[in-house]
Design a protein around this ligand. Structure first.
Ligand code: IPM
Ligand code: MG
Length: 358
C-alpha cells in the first residue's frame, strides 16, 4: 500500500486549527478508500517560531520538506510582525523556492450556500482562476532609498519574463481545454501598463494558436470585476497576473458565499518540487482560538491535493462529502451565517465520508 508523505505547516492565526481539521479529514478519506495511507510531518513554522528564532522557518526549511509528496499549509500572518516579513519568510519562500508558478483557485457555488448576487442560484458561477505565482507584481524586485528623508523613494517593480508568461499561459489553456466549456479569459491591463502587460498579451495570443479548440478572450482587469458581478455565467477559466488574480480571487470567493470556503493549489506542474495546498482565507486573528473557523476552504484544498497525487476517486469522495455537509445549514460556520463550530463541521464531513458509497 502506498504511503504519501505530507508536510503540514499550520502557520499563524486560524491556520493551525483548520489544518488539523484537514489532517483528520484526509486520514478519514484514506481509511475509507483503503488503498493508500498518509504520513504527516508537522512543522511549527510561522510567527511564533519567528519570535523565538528570528526567522519564519529554519534556514534549511525547504530542504526539510523538499522530498514530501505535498504540503498542506494554513496561513502566514501575525499581528506583532510586519506582513511582508511573514509572507516573504514563509509562504512566498516556499512558493518561489519550489517554483510553484501555477496557483489554481476554483470557485463554484456549493450546495446550501447563497451567493450575494441576486441572479445566481448555482451553475452561473463555476470558474477556475489561474494565478501566475512566481513573478509579476510579486517578483520582489525593488528597493527603498533615503529612508525617512523627504526625498525618500521606493519601488516595487513588476517583472514578467517571456518564459514565465509562456508557461502560465500554456498551463491555463491546457486547463481550459480540459473543462467542458473550453473557454479562457486572459486578464490584462495593457492599456495602462505598456511594457510587461503588452508582452503578456502577445504571448497569450501566440500560445492561443496552439489551442485552436479553446475559445479565448481578453479583458481589462477593471472590466473583469464588472463582468464577474453582472455576467458570471459568461466566465469559465481565467488567467491573470499575480496581483490581478489575488484581487479577483477574493472577489470570486465573496461572490460564491464566503472567503472561508475557497481553496488554492500552488503547483509546480513539472513535479520537480512538491506543491502546496492552502485555504485562501488567511490568518484571521480576530477569530483565532474560538473554534469557529470554517474548515471547508482547507477541505476543498485537500481535494486539490488528492487530485494532484492522482487519487481521483478519493478526491471525488471528499468533494461529495463536503457538498453533503454544506447543503445543510446546521453545519454552517458563522462566516456563512450559521452557528456550527470547526469541530462540528469536521465531524460532519468525516461522517459523510464514512457513509459515502460512491
Ligand atoms: C492570497 C493571500 C496572500 C497573497 C497574502 C496572505 C499575502 O491574499 O493567497 O491570496 O496576496 O498572495
Ligand atoms: Mg489574496
Amino acid at each position: 500500500m502506498h504511503t504519501y508523505r505530507i508536510a503540514v505547516i499550520g502557520g499563524d492565526g486560524i491556520g493551525p486549527e483548520v489544518v488539523s481539521a484537514g489532517v483528520e479529514v484526509l486520514e478519514a478519506v484514506a481509511a475509507r478508500c483503503g488503498d493508500f495511507t498518509f504520513a504527516f510531518d508537522r512543522f511549527d513554522w510561522g510567527g511564533e517560531y519567528y519570535k523565538r528564532h528570528g526567522r519564519m522557518m529554519p534556514e534549511d526549511g525547504r530542504q526539510q520538506i523538499r522530498h514530501h509528496d505535498a504540503i498542506l499549509f494554513g496561513s502566514a500572518g501575525h499581528p506583532e510582525i510586519p506582513d511582508h516579513i511573514t509572507l516573504w519568510g514563509l509562504r512566498l519562500a516556499i512558493c518561489q523556492g519550489f517554483d510553484q508558478y501555477a496557483n489554481v483557485r476554483p470557485t463554484r457555488m456549493l450546495p446550501g450556500i447563497t451567493s450575494p448576487l441576486r441572479a445566481v442560484s448555482g451553475q452561473e458561477i463555476n470558474w477556475v482562476i489561474v494565478r501566475e505565482n512566481s513573478e509579476g507584481e510579486y517578483s520582489g524586485v525593488g528597493g527603498r532609498v533615503h529612508q525617512g528623508l523627504a526625498l525618500e523613494a521606493a519601488t516595487d517593480v513588476s517583472v514578467l519574463t517571456r518564459g514565465g508568461v509562456e508557461r502560465i499561459m500554456r498551463f491555463a489553456f491546457r486547463l481550459a481545454q480540459s473543462r467542458p466549456r473550453r473557454r479562457l479569459t486572459v486578464v490584462t491591463k495593457s492599456n495602462a501598463q505598456r511594457h510587461a502587460m503588452v508582452l503578456w498579451d502577445e504571448v497569450a495570443a501566440a500560445v492561443a494558436a496552439e489551442f485552436p479548440d479553446v475559445t479565448w478572450d481578453k479583458m481589462l482587469v477593471d472590466a473583469m470585476t464588472v463582468r464577474m458581478v453582472l455576467h458570471p455565467e459568461s466566465i469559465d477559466t481565467v488567467v491573470a497576473t499575480n496581483l490581478h488574480a489575488d484581487i479577483l480571487s477574493d472577489l470570486a470567493a465573496a461572490l460564491s458565499g464566503s472567503l472561508g470556503i475557497a481553496p488554492t493549489a500552488n503547483l509546480n506542474p513539472e513535479r520537480a518540487f512538491p506543491s502546496m495546498f492552502e485555504p485562501i482565507h488567511g490568518s484571521a486573528f480576530d477569530i483565532m482560538g474560538k473554534g469557529i473557523a470554517n474548515p471547508i476552504g482547507t477541505f476543498w484544498s485537500a481535494v486539490l491535493l488528492l487530485e494532484h497525487l492522482g487519487e481521483k476517486a478519493a478526491a471525488a469522495r471528499l468533494m461529495r462529502a463536503i457538498e453533503r455537509v454544506t447543503a445543510e445549514p446546521r453545519w454552517h460556520t458563522p462566516d456563512l451565517g450559521g452557528k456550527a463550530t470547526t469541530a462540528e463541521v469536521t465531524e460532519a464531513v468525516i461522517a459523510a465520508i464514512a457513509a459515502d458509497n460512491g
